[in-house]
Design a protein around this ligand. Sequence first.
Ligand SMILES: Nc1ncnc2c1ncn2[C@@H]1O[C@H](COP(=O)(O)OP(=O)(O)O)[C@@H](O)[C@H]1O
Ligand SMILES: [Mg+2]
Length: 252
Amino acid sequence: MEDKSALKQLIDRDEFNFNEFIDEKTEGLVFDKRTLDNIYTLFKQFNIKYVDYPISSGKESLVFKVEGEKKGVVMKIFKTSTLRFQHINDYIDGDPRFAKQRKSRGSLIFVWARKEYANLLECRKFDIRTPEPMAVEKNIILMSYIGDRRSPAKKLKDVNEQDMQLYFNASMNEYRKMVEKAKIIHADFSEYNVLCYRKKSYIIDMGQAVSYKHPKAKDFLVRDMNNMKAFAKRNGLEFNLDEPVFPGEIDE
Ligand SMILES: Nc1ncnc2c1ncn2[C@@H]1O[C@H](COP(=O)(O)OP(=O)(O)O)[C@@H](O)[C@H]1O
Ligand SMILES: [Mg+2]
């Protein structure tokens, strides 16, 4: 009840224009009072006018296109209500970058959001194609939108047959750079987490991505490659690319 009135207050003040796409169920799940306050802070800070439309509503996150000053922005909100503590913790524990951030059940989701943000930043540093991270605030990330005015970019699994090999090769190329240069292992790499736009592939969804120093990093790398090999096989694509070299095997 309280959630609704908080949202309504914002709408009434004309400062936060959700449109009709967001149903009551979703509202109730995601936009508790605190999340609303955080959204509000970010919107002020980045001069975001309104929520354009929902792009995706997954088990653990909601993704919206929001209208920024010049270009499209994506807002990803991690749901606090469906947090799988152990699952998430497996990808945080063991990553030296996050080892010191002690996590209670309540704050783990914030670490998760910061981890995705940090992974995106690190990738951008090495010119790896991912969305450009803009901000992280508690369980919310803002990043650049990939797509055109009408619709977000397609996932690799949905591109036309004639473009698939090109996008597949491009994704493998970005993945290889991610491993070898940024030394990050995605750990959920598949045709679902690659966006294809104007002949370029962008890797997304990096909350679970770990430093190569994570004790299971090598296993994650093998699993990622197996996902892509299986996808290539199902779609009659060629897989004759150099596989990424695991960083632990060259230095140290
Ligand atoms: N920067 C972005 N630009 C356009 N669409 C995006 C962007 N980030 C995510 N999406 C869309 O939202 C979906 C869910 O995002 P993702 O980060 O994969 O979260 P999850 O799979 O954990 O719910 C993606 O499959 C994609 O369709
Ligand atoms: Mg995803």
